[in-house]
Write a protein that binds this ligand. Structure first.
Ligand SMILES: [Zn+2]
Length: 221
């Protein structure tokens, strides 16, 4: 703020008399290097959400993740847990099962940013997540502060799901393999599900896991 005031003052009294304070401030801001103005207050990128059939699409998911400087997989894992739904990354978009209101998605992203991104001291987003022993620490590159990541009540820590044989999962079929089987992804696992089509959201029963590959069938309700 100190910088803005000094530039504002340099406009002098004549300019002050002719222009409104807002105009002056705008001119002063435009004359500043961008890193000064953009770091004043961190803004979460606006979400671009639409409903497509029985799914909700967050069209600019990759841009949002880029804007908050976090891995899409981690952000998605948090969102799915907080929204209580299944979903997947589809190119630059995230697709959630069911109809989820934009404000709900926005709210959860804000929650993620507060927990995993913003420095509690200087409120800047220039932070890194560092794991030490069992604790996750958020380290700030801007001011050097660090704090433990405190996950909101009711939420577990973000961790990779270990797929289990014999269990049922809900997935979206993202692709079709060469033999015509549907392909779904859960974290590191690629799962083959015969008898499904691209875009299907299905409950599957895991029959066999081999490394990062799993074979499943559609679960009976
Ligand atoms: Zn800081």
């Amino acid at each position: 703020m100190a910088k803005i005031i000094s530039i504002e003052q340099s406009f002098g009294l004549t300019a002050m008399a002719e222009q409104s304070y807002d105009d002056l401030l705008k001119r002063a801001r435009e004359g500043l290097p961008t890193n000064v103005t953009t770091h004043e207050r961190f803004r979460i990128p606006d979400v671009n959400v639409f409903i497509e059939g029985k799914t909700t699409v967050l069209r600019n998911f990759e841009d949002v993740c880029h804007g908050i400087n976090r891995e899409p997989q981690q952000v998605l894992a948090y969102l799915l847990r907080e929204l209580g739904t299944a979903g997947t990354i589809d190119g630059r978009r995230a697709v959630f099962k069911g109809r989820v209101s934009p404000s709900k998605i926005e709210d959860r992203i804000r929650g993620y940013v507060e927990t995993y991104v913003l420095c509690s001291e200087c409120k800047r987003p220039d932070t890194r997540i560092v794991k030490a022993e069992r604790i996750t620490i958020l380290e700030c590159d801007a001011c050097g502060a660090h704090r433990p990541v405190e996950v909101r009540k009711g939420s577990g820590p973000i961790q990779e799901k270990a797929l289990e044989e014999g269990k049922v999962y809900e997935v979206m079929i993202m692709d079709i393999g060469r033999r015509g089987d549907g392909i779904a992804k859960i974290d590191k696992y690629t799962i083959f599900v015969p008898g499904t089509a691209k875009g299907n959201i299905v409950k599957i029963h895991i029959e066999k896991i081999s490394g990062n590959i799993a074979f499943a069938r559609i679960a009976r309700e």
